[in-house]
Design a protein around this ligand. Sequence first.
Ligand code: FES
Length: 155
Amino acid sequence: MLYSDKVMDHFNNPRNVGVIEDADGVGEVGNPVCGDIMKITIKVDEGDRLEDIKFQTLGCGAAIATSSIVTELARGMEIHDAAAITKKEVADELGGLPPAKMHCSVLATDGLKVAIDDYLTRHGREPIGGPIQSEDPHFDPHGDAAEEHEEACDL
Ligand code: FES
């Protein structure tokens, strides 16, 4: 499996690792196939912009690299824009991901979305909602995609 230089850079030197203790929103998601998990904590300013964002990921190289790049992409963004970041944008920003590892990238975008919804809900505001891809009810854990993913889990 060939990871881009940028993936390797973010895997070896992940940015914004940690937990914001007095976070305004917290998102925790898990990948049902491999059991990998990630947690994102956010601080939001009065203009609804992400002023700080940190993550912890227990997962493969692609999961760590995508989490790291998502924190860089989202920092300073308005929350609705940040919640709309797609796994394709994340993969493109990293110079591509091997097809079998694309599924790993949903942890980071999902975690961010859940954290933003947590922030909105805490303030009595309407959550953005929408599908959480890592909890896709149509995802077949015994299907081809799952099998491919499991084979790629150690990479
Ligand atoms: Fe589990 Fe990548 S997130 S193998």
